[in-house]
Design a protein around this ligand. Structure first.
Ligand code: NOJ
Ligand code: CA
Length: 714
């Protein structure tokens, strides 16, 4: 899979205190590594001859060793790499990994301790990490702080969420850095459970920013493995950011044993916002796939017993309303059914039929297992059983029924954050899945953690999520984790980690503060930089008062919901709405049935964080293309050039557009669908309503016959 086209290797013994330069292959980015007074390592970054990060410190402070000062550079190595790799699934079928690398070796003459810092400059950004090779003077380390600084050149506009150790399901703040604090406080006040980061002002990564002179900057991390998740401290007067590792509740920020490779710190830079979305830098900094056989890992579309628990009709995950029930103690067969438990055999069969009729691969079923009577379970142990179904859910019968229709059932493991309990049950749970024909699981970590010493993003939990994914691979099971630490491209290495939530998703359309119209124009620039999101789009009836609920309603037009299948990348996509709503709107539903979930190629046609995104993608191994265009609360005209199509042929585009009178607040369900002839010279000026969109599916024309009477787009 990997072809090393060109590897050059230079070795030079660096002279002390002199600055070392590294440039990106295209010369646009240049990095300088230097030692400040007292042997403090530091770096700066320029883009097209102008600074984007001014001199910032580097280093690691541990209880056993101070690795932030007193260094002398003793060695410097350079390498260049230009090769390609093929992801198991993704937005591209081939990814170029092209960078220049410089590794500086720093030694503390006083202690004899060694720290390497490896820098990689790609055309679209920088990655660097700390490396502690095996050495005599250090072995076990307890992290007090990582002192990595990202010193900005001004009061950039930021798209950010508040620093929190447990959750990332916030609405975004969009403001100059000097103004983010006030708005973020409001966001924090609205979350029901959270562990706000300690100390001063902090934000989460991926942090998206735009400078006054139009430079887009994205800061995140890659390959978060056996290390705590990183937040950023923000100095909103001098516009300096610094690493803030998630501690455990003992205040420790990580436990290391040499040799150590820290996660990569990533800074993606461009003067064109489209380059940020196209960047594969974070994946490139992850290790290649660790599995020999990946044939069992497959992108998919699914429906599920899910949204009806959110619409406000009183349906529950729990079979009974008895809140004292405990697995292993309570006799579930004797519990009194509450009569509004949708994960029952008959109802699941309806979903299986619907999936089979409409070409969906799978049905997710939530609320199938014992334990939900604990109604939140917060801080209680042994809440759920992952091997015992409720009396009204016939595991074997449903397996047979689904298999006969060529449909899979997706397992659900809500842990209520009892991660320790989940680890105890893990092998039994996966055996049970294999025995009953399941090959994918949605995991969940709602609430506060057990072990009680941990946060969702602390090192122990980072290791837990990966432990689950690797164990699942032994059983050929794919994992879609909710409420886990936000992703950092680790999917490249373990591609059965097929998606995550780890941000505010569709479920919030049923919660009080909802989803704002600009939310989905920000997510690809933030949360999705680290990997795909199980956003669960496709809500056609966003007005929950339809169900007698007084909850917050809708965030977009119906057509924008279609476009999200293209603009929010994920190899698994749910059609999240109720069957009845898809039956009400069979015409737009056709787009969800048709849209691909795995891609050969992606073209970002237009993008501005917080405002709009237009993306075209080619389905993997097929001559089919899909375009999605979305806008925020402002109506706009998208410009869609079809030059991503091969030259010299005619194509039929089916265009799903907002109706003339569509408006996300007043008339969200108004749509219009028409077919048109396009070539790769065509350019479409497409109107999008307020919080509206457009979705287009394109196939090659098979002859002149089918083109008659169709509008031609010039
Ligand atoms: C939160 C998840 O995000 C949601 O999808 C799930 O239905 C609930 N937890 C219950 O597990
Ligand atoms: Ca969630």
């Amino acid at each position: 899979m990997k072809h090393s086209l060109f590897i050059a290797f230079f070795l030079c013994l660096g002279s002390f205190a002199s600055a070392q330069q590294l440039t990106s292959p295209d010369g646009n980015l240049s990095l300088e590594f230097m030692e400040q007074a007292d042997g403090v390592p530091a770096y700066r970054l320029d883009y097209k001859g102008k600074p984007v990060l001014t001199s910032g410190r580097l280093g690691l402070l541990t209880e056993e060793a101070d690795l932030t000062r007193g260094f002398k550079q003793t060695n410097l190595e350079r390498t260049s790499v230009d090769n390609y790799w093929n992801p198991v699934w993704g937005e591209y079928n081939r990814v170029r990994n092209h960078y220049n690398e410089m590794t500086v070796t720093l030694e503390q003459p006083e202690t004899g301790r060694i720290l390497n810092i490896r820098f990689r400059l790609f055309n679209d950004g920088l990655g660097f990490r700390y490396e502690l090779p095996l050495q005599r003077k250090m072995n076990y380390l307890t992290v007090k702080d990582e002192v990595t600084e990202f010193n900005l050149t001004g009061n950039h506009k930021a798209f950010c969420i508040p620093g929190d150790y447990d959750t990332n399901e916030f609405a975004y703040t969009t403001a100059p850095l000097s103004d983010i604090a006030v708005d973020m406080e409001k966001r924090i006040a609205k979350k029901s459970y959270e562990s706000k980061a300690e100390g001063g002002l902090t934000v989460q990564t991926p942090l998206m920013m735009k400078s006054e002179d139009g430079i887009y900057l994205n800061i995140h991390e890659a390959a978060l493995v056996d290390y705590a998740g990183m937040l950023l401290n923000v100095d909103d007067k001098q516009f300096k950011l610094s690493a803030h590792l998630t501690p455990d509740k003992l205040g420790k920020k990580g436990y290391l044993q040499l040799p150590v490779l820290s996660p990569w710190r990533t800074v993606i830079v461009s003067d064109d916002a489209r380059d940020i979305l196209a960047s594969q830098l974070i994946y490139n900094l992850n290790e290649p796939c660790q599995y020999e056989d990946t044939s069992w890992i497959r992108p998919m579309k699914f429906v599920g017993v899910w949204w009806e628990m959110f619409t406000g009709e009183g349906k529950t995950w729990a079979y009974s309303d008895f809140y004292q029930a405990k697995p292993g103690i309570t006799d579930y067969a004797k519990l009194k059914p509450n009569g509004h438990h949708p994960a029952n055999t008959a109802h699941v069969k309806e979903y299986i039929d619907f999936a089979a009729e409409n070409g969906f691969d799978a049905v997710l079923v939530e609320g199938w297992n014992e334990g939900w009577e604990n109604g939140g379970g917060y801080l209680k142990e042994r809440v759920f059983s992952f091997t015992k179904a409720y009396p009204d859910f016939d595991v074997e019968g449903l397996h047979r029924y689904a298999s006969s229709k060529g449909v899979k059932i997706i397992m659900h493991h809500e842990t209520y954050s009892t991660a320790s309990d989940y680890e105890r049950q893990l092998h039994d749970a996966f055996h049970f899945m294999v025995d009953n024909g399941y090959d994918a699981v949605k995991t969940g970590y709602v609430g506060r953690l057990i072990p009680r010493s941990e946060y969702h993003d602390s090192q122990w939990m980072v290791n837990h999520y990966l432990h689950v994914v690797k164990t699942a691979a032994d059983y050929k099971i794919m994992v879609n984790s909710h409420e886990a630490v936000r992703p950092t491209g680790v999917y490249r290495t373990y591609p059965n980690w097929i998606a995550q939530e780890s941000a505010r998703g569709t479920e919030f359309e049923s919660f009080n503060d909802g989803i704002r119209p600009d939310h989905t124009t920000i997510l690809p620039f933030t949360r999705l930089m680290g990997g795909p999101m199980d956003y669960t789009p496709g809500i056609f009836e966003g007005d929950l008062s339809t169900y007698g609920s007084n909850k917050r309603k809708r965030s977009s037009t119906l057509v924008k919901q279609l476009a999200l299948y293209v603009t929010i990348y994920s190899p698994i996509q749910m059609a999240a709405d109720l069957i009845e709503n898809y039956k009400r709107y069979p015409e737009p539903f056709q787009f969800i049935k048709d849209v691909a979930v795995d891609w050969d190629k992606t073209d970002i046609l237009e993008a501005e964080p917080g405002d709009y995104i237009t993306i075209a993608r080619k389905a993997k191994g097929k001559n089919e293309w899909f375009v999605g265009a979305i806008t925020d609360e402002n109506a706009r005209t998208a410009t869609i050039p079809f030059d991503f199509l091969p030259d010299g042929k005619k194509y039929i585009a089916t265009i799903y557009e907002d109706g003339k009178d569509a408006d996300w607040e007043k008339n969200p369900q108004s749509y219009h669908i028409f077919k048109a002839v396009v070539t790769n010279k065509s350019v479409l000026k497409q109107k999008l309503a307020r919080s509206g969109g457009a979705a287009i599916s394109i196939v090659e024309a098979t002859g002149e016959e089918g083109l008659r009477g169709l509008k031609k787009i010039k």
